[in-house]
Each structure stands twice: as structure tokens, then as C-alpha cells.
Design a protein around this ligand. Structure first.
Ligand code: C2O
Ligand code: CU
Length: 495
């Protein structure tokens, strides 16, 4: 595989994109993996808000596939939802996508067939839609971070299921953590520089808690643009398919680690174990900006004002004004409800035994793959994850929601704790955007437009869904093995 390239695409341009096989060595193992245009991560599509591009996609892998342009309020027939908006593209076949980018923000693209295999083995890339940089304030450079993990043993990747996904309970947690496709991340900056990190989580199931101890950090935006206001944070929690924009100032020379710090859990003994992984290091030079070996020609020129502007927590008036249009809807009654749960069929004995122990004690967020045997052994043939509409009793693909363009819909999503394996679910809605209004009845203080949000076990969230885009759209959990295990619905939007 080759490293990621930036594809700066103007309105009307065409990109040739091919999914194919590549050779890679990762953590000492020789692997055959998948890649877009031979690159890990796939090419970064860098476009302006309002641009429209054409992607001529060719399927060069040995499974049917489609491409989903995650978060883009795209024309329905190009959404890449198999069996909903298009037939899967057979090996060797092509499909032409036409993509208009109505919203600035950080997005990504990935296959929508057997994500547990195809996305995990390397088919993912970012899209950055420019248009709100002025609102976010000056920075010295932009760095894209794509978070992923791979599950490897001595010889290579642990077997995937041929007919259905393995690891259908918790999802496939990797044991090798990757940033931009590599096990060790490194960046050189000059003292005083402010870096905008644009972070995307493409892991099958892992939720990350990122931090850079010693460097002041603020979160400025999420999936579909800036938050209402900036906030100082110690760390950023990012669930599968979510994106966050954070600004970090590196004040003094030295090394700043990039950490993933979580609480692992020992289910057998009911004990929490702190777990810390170092994903890489930012090397801060003396005051001046280093003439980086990587050239850095594509980075914006150093901006003396970035360091000073960083101290202030800004408001983002464009976001606030846009959300103002919806505040009158915040207290409206609940329009639709969803309850998240699970149903299990015949399970291997090891799984049954472990699940009994497991259900005695579990955390709100399962941060790590702590019961690998039990988890691997359960396949999507034996486990069904469920979205249930309690008002109709309908589940998953039987759910029959219909809306019209212009509606604003309040949805209460409840993650049932009293199930055999309660855990968090990152919920994604195609083709529209929403606000997370409250969690367990507590209003969210700092809103931003989202397409994916994390619902921990036992939590209930109210979201406000803005209906603007006609067509048939998926709503699903973004844990790759959960979507394989049935956790998806489709709703219809009329013109
Ligand atoms: Cu990124 Cu339907 O998913
Ligand atoms: Cu899920």
C-alpha cells in the first residue's frame, strides 16, 4: 500500500476510485489487505462547500460492495445503501456516484457491504468539505487522524466469518491500534504552534478516549461543523464513525504523547483496570517551525495570530444562528421512540456460560475487547441486535417510519440495560442531520449538527432530526458487526 494522497477536487471534477488488494506489513506481519487506489488511508477528498463531483468507482475486490459517503446529505440514489438505494456492485463492475457537498465539515467514505471485513481490512478515507475555517479561528496547520484497530495473531488477521460476521456481541476489537493506517504516529511541530486535528474513528467497534497530556486542548467542532462554542477538554471520546475537530497548542519544546486512556473491565472479577495505549508522539522543537522532512508544502503558512487567538474560547455564531431556527422545537412532544436491545438464538456453550457471568456486571461503555473467546464465537447467525419501535412493536427492517421534507422530528432513543449483553451503540442516520438535545433528561449545553452519536448502556437520549432530504434512508448502529447482526432500519422521506 502507498500512503494517502490528497485529491483536491474542484466543482465538476471526476475522481477515478478503485477498491483493490494491497500488500502491507503491519506490526511485523505480512498481510493482504484492501485499499482505495492502493492507499492507506484512502485518498483524502478535499472540496469546497457547494461543489459537486463525480466518482467513477470500480470494484476490484472479490466481494460485492457499495460506497457510502458518510454524513453527506447526498442525493438518495448515490447513498450507497445496498438493497435500499442500489444493488451491490459485483466484483469487476463499476458504478458512478455524483456527490454534492451541501455542508462544510469532516466526513468519510466506506463500503456498506460486510463492513466487518471490507472496512476493517482497509477500505476507508476522509472527505473534508471546506467552508467554516474562518469561524474556527486561525491555526498553523491541519492534521487528519484516522483511528482504527486490527485484530492480528502471529500469522496475520484473525479469521473473518464467511457467511456472517464473527464477534457479533461486542464487535471485533483489534489488538493493534492504528493512526492513519500505521501503528506509530509521529508529528513534528515548532513550539507555540496551534494544530487543528481532524479526527475520524473508522474502527469496527472501538470507542476511543484521546488525550495529549501537557498540551492544552479545546474541542471546536464535530461531525457536520463547528459546535456552538469551544470548550477546554482533558480528552475527547469518539465513537465509531464520529468525527471531532480539536485545536491543540504545543507550548514548549519536548515530546507530547498521543494517548488512548480507557477503563477496561475484568468481567469475571467485576473489576475495572485502567488501560493506556500510546498511539504516537508529537515532537515539539524550539520556537521556530521545523523545516519538516515531509516537506509540509501543503500546510498553511505559519500564522503568528494562531497562538494568541488560541487562548480565547470562541463562540461560533453561524452555528448558533442556524440552531436558533430549531429552539422552538426543543420542547415538543416525542414523535417517535426507539429501544435498543438484543435477541440470542442457539449459542455455543462457551458463549452461554460467559454471557451469564458477563450480564452480572457491565460498564456503560465497553472500551476494550475483554472477553475475546466468547465474543469471537458468537456470529451474526446467532445474535440479533434490535432497534424496536415500542409504539408499533415493529423491529429493524419492519419499522415503517415516514416523514415529509420540512418536518422536524423528536426521537427518543433508549438503550435498554436489562438485556443479556447491554453495551453502547453509536447510532447513525443517513442523509439528514440532527441535534442531540438531552441525555437522561439533562439538556446538552453545547450543540452541533451530528450524523452519528454514542448512546451508552442504560442511557436515553432525545434527538431532533431535521428532515430535508427525500428518499429511503438507513438508520443503524455503526458497530460493523451489529449492522451485520440486523441492527438497521429504513425510513422514507417524501418530497
Ligand atoms: Cu458510515 Cu450506514 O454508515
Ligand atoms: Cu450496536
Amino acid at each position: 500500500a502507498r500512503p494517502m494522497r490528497v485529491e483536491r477536487l474542484a466543482n465538476g471534477q471526476t475522481l477515478e476510485l478503485e477498491a483493490g488488494f494491497v500488500r502491507r506489513s503491519v506490526a511485523g506481519r505480512e498481510l493482504v489487505m484492501l485499499a482505495f487506489n492502493g492507499q492507506h488511508p484512502g485518498p483524502l477528498l478535499d472540496v469546497d462547500r457547494g461543489a459537486e463531483i463525480v466518482v467513477r468507482f470500480r470494484n476490484g475486490i472479490d466481494q460485492p460492495t457499495t460506497i457510502h459517503w458518510h454524513g453527506i446529505r447526498i442525493e438518495n440514489r448515490f447513498d450507497g445503501a445496498p438493497g435500499v438505494t442500489q444493488a451491490p456492485i459485483a466484483p469487476g463492475d463499476s458504478f458512478t456516484y455524483r456527490i454534492r457537498f451541501p455542508d462544510a465539515g469532516l466526513y468519510w467514505y466506506h463500503p456498506h457491504v460486510r463492513e466487518d471485513v471490507q472496512q476493517d481490512m482497509g477500505l476507508y478515507g476522509n472527505m473534508f468539505v471546506r467552508g467554516h475555517e474562518a469561524d474556527l479561528g486561525p491555526v498553523d496547520r491541519e492534521e487528519f487522524l484516522i483511528l482504527d484497530d486490527l485484530l492480528l495473531d502471529e500469522s496475520g488477521a484473525i479469521q473473518f466469518g464467511r457467511e456472517s460476521a464473527t464477534h457479533a456481541l461486542m464487535g471485533r476489537f483489534g489488538n493493534v491500534l492504528l493512526v492513519n493506517g500505521e501503528p506509530g504516529y509521529s508529528l513534528d511541530v515548532g513550539a507555540g504552534e496551534v494544530v487543528r486535528f481532524l479526527i475520524t474513528n473508522v474502527s469496527n467497534t472501538r470507542t476511543w478516549n484521546l488525550s495529549m497530556p501537557g498540551a492544552r486542548t479545546k474541542v471546536v467542532g464535530s461531525d457536520m461543523g463547528p459546535l456552538e462554542h469551544e470548550e477546554w477538554v482533558e480528552s475527547v471520546v469518539i465513537a465509531p464513525a464520529e468525527r471531532y475537530l480539536v485545536h491543540v497548542r504545543f507550548d514548549s519544546a519536548g515530546a507530547v504523547p498521543l494517548l488512548n486512556r480507557v477503563q477496561s473491565i475484568d468481567h469475571l472479577n467485576g473489576a475495572f483496570l485502567p488501560r493506556e495505549d500510546t498511539l504516537g508522539v508529537v515532537t515539539v522543537g524550539d520556537d521556530s517551525r521545523p523545516a519538516g522532512p515531509d516537506g509540509d508544502a501543503a500546510d498553511p503558512p505559519p500564522d503568528q495570530s494562531a497562538g494568541a487567538a488560541f487562548d480565547e474560547l470562541r463562540e461560533h455564531p453561524a452555528t448558533i444562528v442556524e440552531i436558533d431556527r430549531y429552539r422552538a422545537f426543543f420542547d415538543r412532544p416525542i414523535d417517535r421512540r426507539l429501544i435498543l436491545g438484543i435477541r440470542t438464538g442457539e449459542m455455543p456453550p462457551i458463549v452461554r456460560t460467559m454471557m451469564r457471568i458477563d450480564s452480572v456486571f457491565f460498564p456503560a461503555v465497553e472500551w476494550d475487547g475483554t472477553m475475546p473467546m466468547m465474543n469471537w464465537a458468537a456470529t451474526a447467525g446467532q445474535v440479533e441486535w434490535i432497534l424496536r419501535d415500542p409504539d408499533t412493536g415493529l423491529e429493524n427492517m419492519d419499522i415503517d417510519w415516514r416523514f415529509s421534507v420540512g418536518e422536524v422530528v423528536k426521537i427518543r432513543v433508549q438503550n435498554d440495560r436489562n438485556v443479556v449483553h447491554g453495551m453502547q451503540h453509536p447510532i447513525h442516520i443517513h442523509g439528514q442531520r440532527f441535534l442531540v438535545l438531552s441525555r437522561n433528561g439533562v439538556p446538552e449545553e453545547n450543540l452541533g449538527w451530528k450524523d452519528t452519536f454514542l448512546l451508552p448502556a442504560g442511557q436515553t437520549a432525545d434527538i431532533l432530526l431535521e428532515i430535508t432530504n427525500p428518499g429511503r434512508w438507513m438508520l443503524h448502529c455503526h458497530i460493523a458487526e451489529h449492522i451485520e447482526a440486523g441492527m438497521h432500519a429504513v425510513f422514507e422521506v417524501e418530497e
